[in-house]
Write a protein that binds this ligand. Sequence first.
Ligand code: NAD
Ligand code: ZN
Length: 355
Amino acid sequence: MFRNFKLVPNIIFGRGCFAQLDEIIEKQRRNTDSWVVFVTDDVFREAPLEKRLPLYDNDLLLWVNVADEPKTKYVDELTLKVKAHRPTLPCAIIGIGGGSSMDLAKAISLMLTNEGSSTLYQGWDLIKNPAIYHMAVPTLSGTGAEVSRTAVLTGPEKKLGLNSDYTVFDQVVLDPELIKDVPRDQHFYTGMDCYIHCIESLQGTYLNEFSKSYGEKALDLCRQVFLDDHPDKDDKLMMASFFGGMSIAYSQVGACHALSYGLSYVLGTHHGIGCCIVFDYLEDIYPEGVKEFRTMMKKCDMELPRGLVKDLDPEQVDRMITVALGLEPLWENCLGQDWKHIMTRNKARALFLRM
Ligand code: NAD
Ligand code: ZN
């Protein structure tokens, strides 16, 4: 069976295009009661971007904190806050920030129209009703969350996304000016998330021409950003993130993402840095990619934390392994159908203990 892939229908790209936000949202404000929620990363509190938000009287500026990556509990609380703001539902949800804020916006837009806790919908195609119109304004590039059909959430039992066609944004606003002040280390970690998406997609057994076309272009753009230090690197990284997301949407990620989910579930390690920590130990699986990653790291003068796992309780390491190996499609994409004979629990343990 081939997947019938849902795309973001509207995209605006260009330096300064954020200024058109008001005009884009206006189409959703159909009557005098219409109101909009701006789900905004609180890193922008009192920053110039705050003053540029096209807020009207009834709108809600919902600051979100992403010190921890999105949890189901947080989504449920935010959804209640939105419901309490006015007697009607909002006409649009705008997510402004990195992967975490974009995922929060996606999740809220879904939970406003689907009953109960977000934990009920962690999985594939469990969402029953269409979401409220939702839009992404990335201020940090690399995750591909702006194009994907998932909103990654950590729940009490699992870290698993709300995966559905309804999750896909209705509009994406790609303004490279918004990512110019990202701190150097965060820029690298989230940028490497994109680089790793490309390597895992291009080297995977699920690869097809669709994913290859997007993956190759995204990889080329990552090289221009992280090896050539190209003067237009913000524009390039923004497009790399988008194309990298398109590539994995029709293939899959691999070993690095599977292991990083284990790390993140037990230690709360954030996605970008977690992928970097893991990738550095995968030279047997991705020899060329890891070599180039290390060159990029050197070029960007980055150091990674080490020794995170060796002093943990054996049960914690076991949980890490269980979470990582539970992501079957990622392993199958990476190592083929026979993956269980290759990536045994002992092999995974040995890898984790080096990290
Ligand atoms: P993030 O959104 O967690 O943000 C990282 C840090 O950067 C935060 O402190 C944030 O406040 C800050 N930041 C964001 N924009 C900034 C700016 N312009 N200037 C200064 N600081 C800024 O980071 P991320 O790497 O983009 O996203 C990681 C999250 O995305 C994880 O929760 C992960 O699970 C999720 N993710 C989702 C998908 C998907 O397809 N939905 C894919 C990959 C990762
Ligand atoms: Zn990723």
